[in-house]
Each structure stands twice: as C-alpha cells, then as structure tokens.
Design a protein around this ligand. Structure first.
Ligand SMILES: CC(C)(COP(=O)(O)OP(=O)(O)OC[C@H]1O[C@@H](n2cnc3c(N)ncnc32)[C@H](O)[C@@H]1OP(=O)(O)O)[C@@H](O)C(=O)NCCC(=O)NCCS
Length: 222
C-alpha cells in the first residue's frame, strides 16, 4: 500500500531463489524493463537525477500521503528524495522493492510513483501488491489506472505472477476505483489492517485479480 523506505531486512527477505513448479526462479536474473510506455505516461525506473522532480510531486498533495500511506508528517527535503531515488535504483536491480516513477509524456513532469512493495511480494507464488500515488494537480486524468494496469501486465507477463492484489484503506474511495476499473474483485476486508498516522487503525480492503486477460486492451510497450 505505502511506499516506505527500504530496510536491510527487506533485502534479505526478498532476494532469494523462489521455487515455481519445481523450477528455481532467481528474481535478479529476470529481465525487467527500466521503462514502460503508454501513449500518455512513461513508467521510469528511479535513478540519480530524478529527486527534484519527484520531490515536487510528493509535495503536491503531501497531506494525502500522510493520511493514506502513513508517511511521516514531516515532509522530506529535496536531498532526501534524491537519496531515495538512488537507493530505489539499487532496490530495483536487486528486485527487493520494484518502483517506477510515473512521468506525464506531454510535459515530461513526474506525476507520481507506483510500486510492488516488498512487504506485498511473494516470489514463491508469485504474487505482487501494487501501490500508487498521483500528485494532486494531475489527478482524475486516468494516470493511476493506466500505471496500475501496466504494473499488472508487468507482473503477469514478466514476473510470472499468478495473483496480483491492491490494498486500499476502506475510506479511500479514490484508490478503490483503480482496482475496480481494472477488473479486480474485492476479495476480503481486514479490520485494523493498516496503521494511520493518528494512531487509529484503518479497515483495509484487498482487491485481487488472477489473470491479465481483462487488461490485454491496455497500452503497454516495453
Ligand atoms: C488514489 C489516486 C492514486 C487516484 O489517482 P488518479 O490518477 O486521480 O486516478 P484516475 O484518474 O486513474 O481515476 C480512476 C477513477 O477513479 C475516479 N476517482 C478519482 N479520484 C476520485 C475521488 N476522489 N473520488 C471518487 N472517484 C475518484 C476517477 O474519476 C476515475 O473514474 P472515471 O474514469 O470513471 O472517471 C490519487 O487520488 C492519490 O494519489 N491519492 C493519494 C494517495 C493514495 O491514496 N494512494 C493509494 C493508496 S492505496
């Protein structure tokens, strides 16, 4: 659900050889595209140089990320976000936490980020969760739906996923629209499934999909 800072524990848990139908799969040896294109957005692997643009995206609607993603109430500095971009590049190569910046093609502006969070990833199934945020000034243009759809295709077509999930705070109507538009079904609701920054616990809805077939019409070029 949230985009959180990486920990060494994440690396240890997720970088391992998963067994699928008796075959050994090493996530590091899977070729994962560094960019994925639709006609309106590019998904771009994070790396050095994207910090300033991502910082602007993060500051545009920061209160929503505190509310729904449980980010710190203290916003990051530009330098911290640039440091994150470099660390997230390393995470991408290690396949420990796969993230993409969402770039609006028409303006080359970073409008958000999407990811397969490590704590929602199970390479043994394989199964992936998808998280996303879009800066406030670029919402309701279909970017979250497009980005999440491209991540679903990536999961099924490149990472051999058998199941993909999206977890939403039950009060986050905007977020729940994304899986519903992509053909996910509400699988279960977990009371107290996500910590809120104010100390309360949110009810978490889990939407799931078991096939890429409903998404084959989506533009997705790698
Ligand atoms: C949730 C979020 C990513 C949606 O991004 P977005 O780019 O505006 O989403 P889309 O444009 O793809 O919208 C998909 C659908 O949801 C609808 N929608 C978007 N925001 C909505 C809102 N606040 N209330 C109701 N519906 C909404 C859109 O109208 C669209 O439906 P339509 O095509 O029938 O018009 C964005 O609001 C956000 O970043 N919120 C803060 C972070 C967050 O909550 N992340 C998700 C954590 S699980």
């Amino acid at each position: 659900m949230a985009n959180v800072r990486y920990t060494i524990k994440d690396l240890k848990i997720n970088v391992f050889k998963a067994s699928i139908f008796g075959e050994k799969m090493n996530p590091i040896l899977i070729d994962i595209p560094e960019t994925i294109e639709s006609s309106t957005i590019t998904l771009q692997m994070p790396k050095a140089g994207y910090g300033e643009g991502l910082h602007q995206a993060i500051m545009d609607g920061y209160e929503d990320y505190v509310k729904y993603l449980n980010w710190s109430v203290v916003p990051p500095t530009k330098e911290m976000v640039e440091e994150d971009c470099r660390k997230h590049h390393a995470d991408f190569i290690l396949r420990s936490f796969i993230r993409y910046l969402i770039i609006e093609k028409a303006t080359k502006t970073i409008v958000g980020r999407c990811a397969f969070p490590s704590f929602q990833t199970n390479w043994q199934i394989p199964q992936f969760g998808i998280s996303y945020f879009i800066r406030r000034s670029s919402r309701k243009k279909g970017y979250a739906t497009a980005a999440a759809g491209m991540m679903v295709r990536l999961a099924f077509e490149k990472l051999r996923a058998k199941k993909v999930e999206i977890h939403c705070d039950a009060e986050n109507n905007a977020s729940a629209q994304i899986p519903l538009k992509l053909g996910f079904k509400l699988e279960y609701t977990q009371k107290g499934g996500w910590p809120r920054h104010d100390g309360n616990l949110a009810e978490l809805q889990t939407y799931s999909i078991f096939s890429k077939d409903p998404l084959l019409h989506l533009e997705c070029v790698w």
